[in-house]
Write a protein that binds this ligand. Structure first.
Ligand code: ACO
Length: 402
């Protein structure tokens, strides 16, 4: 075994591992996953059990604190979050500055980062554990408010304030969908499906956005700045943005006559940059356990809501064609969580460019737990090396001689 402490500060052999496919960046006790067997556990609990029996706030507590809460602990945690759902009125002025075409992910990351200005104390790396706990509660409490406001900004609607008589998902849905002129009723089927989706997205060890949160946090930046960076990392189409890309791809296939086989061939063509969005995963090489749960939830929601969506038929055709195609079988490319999450979000009436925001809402407790672990482990600043491949030393040439 290598004694890492002894290696600290030493230079020597540099390994190169593009995309960090085989490089562990940390030791972590939060999430276990086995990509070959399709196992995902938070703090030792199987994702299937948590999705079936728990709720998002309980899972958030588990991820952050390491244990499932007792009734008293749960009530205290939930009450604290409820108390902090309101945001400073001046944050609305920041929101008003965004044009309605602004992507809600950009709005969300900016509003989260703005918390550094409203709570400047968070910039102090010597914050006490209580102060850190308060920042975590604020994040969990205010993120749904910001997410719903980002949507309202896009729609040109007045924002809704939090309704603290509702649970986490109910409050979010009301802020998203209710209009001053209408009475808004929360559909328990939709609320439950949403809660399940948030649980499934809550953590996924050292993925791109989580590694970003830990990397930014390792410089002792504020937790708000670190989470804001994580939101930006999640935004990309190869990460959280894939759920939006899936629906856009399915819509494009429909507009082009609905021939899913044609797109399957395109995805296999190495001269064509097109990829089948929602297929493949860096770690899961047999199946994505979250995709299994979500697929069932998608079927339930669509049946309950009586939705018959032609996009869904294309998704099913594409899935079965890919599962029987040698290219996809050889490369172990299966539908991932994002292939189905977009379908549920669409059925719930959530617009496409809010999908990744929904993912961010779910991933938040994971980011928080990972940031907290990084801090508690007193991890050194993240600073990868490189293998230099540029010019060797050369003489400066003045501009008139170039
Ligand atoms: N469609 C077609 N071919 C694919 C796809 C796809 N969706 N995904 C991978 N491949 C092929 C690659 O072209 C490559 O083929 P080759 O060996 O012949 O060159 C092989 O499969 C391996 O692909 P890599 O890109 O090396 O795999 P990697 O682990 O780096 O990438 C990723 C994983 C980014 C998820 C990739 O599968 C992809 O781009 N999928 C589509 C985007 C997507 O759904 N992202 C969501 C990920 S889940 C999440 O973030 C929650």
């Amino acid at each position: 075994a290598v004694d890492i402490a002894k290696l600290r500060g030493q230079s020597g052999l540099i390994t190169i591992d593009p995309g960090f496919k085989n490089t562990g960046s940390t030791k972590s006790a939060i999430t276990f996953l086995d990509g070959e067997k399709g196992i995902l556990r938070y703090r030792g609990y199987n994702i299937e059990d948590l999705a079936e029996n728990s709720n998002f706030l309980e899972v958030s507590y588990l991820l952050i604190n390491g244990e499932l809460p007792t009734t008293d602990q749960y009530e205290d945690f939930s009450d604290r979050i409820t108390k902090h759902t309101l945001v400073h009125e001046d944050i609305k002025k920041i929101l008003d500055g965004f044009p309605s075409v602004a992507h809600p992910m950009g709005v969300l990351s900016s509003l989260i980062c703005s918390l550094t200005a409203f709570y400047p104390n968070s910039l102090d790396p010597n914050n006490t554990d209580e102060e850190i706990q308060l920042s975590m509660v604020r994040l969990l409490a205010k993120m749904p408010t910001f997410a719903a406001w980002a949507y309202k900004n896009k729609m040109g609607h007045p924002v809704n304030y939090p309704d603290n008589s509702l649970d986490y998902c109910g409050n979010f849905m009301k802020m998203m969908f209710s209009l001053p002129s209408e009475k808004y009723e929360i559909d328990p089927v939709i609320s439950k499906a949403l809660d399940k989706l948030l649980i499934l997205h809550a953590d996924h060890e050292q993925n791109c956005s989580t590694s970003t949160v830990r990397m930014v946090g390792s410089s002792q930046a504020s937790i708000y700045a670190s989470i804001s960076a994580g939101i930006n990392a999640l935004w990309g189409p190869l990460h959280g943005g894939a759920n939006q890309s899936v629906i856009e791809m399915l819509e494009a296939i429909k507009a082009d006559g609905g021939d899913s086989k044609k797109y399957l061939e395109k995805a296999k063509d190495k001269n064509d940059p097109f990829r089948l969005m929602g297929f493949g995963h860096r770690v899961y090489k047999n199946f994505d356990p979250r995709a299994k749960i979500i697929k069932k939830a998608a079927d339930e929601v669509l049946e309950k809501l009586g939705i018959n969506d032609p996009i869904l038929d294309i998704a099913k055709e594409l899935e079965s064609a890919a599962l029987n195609d040698q290219y996809f079988v050889d490369r172990k490319l299966y539908p991932n969580v994002d292939f189905y999450s977009g379908i549920i979000y669409r059925a719930l009436g959530i617009p496409t460019d809010m999908f990744t925001v929904m993912f961010a809402l779910g991933r938040l407790p994971g980011w928080i737990a990972q940031w907290k672990e990084m801090r508690e482990n007193n991890e050194p600043i993240g600073r990868p090396r490189q293998v230099y491949v540029g010019e060797t030393e050369r003489d400066f040439v003045s501009i008139d001689k170039r």
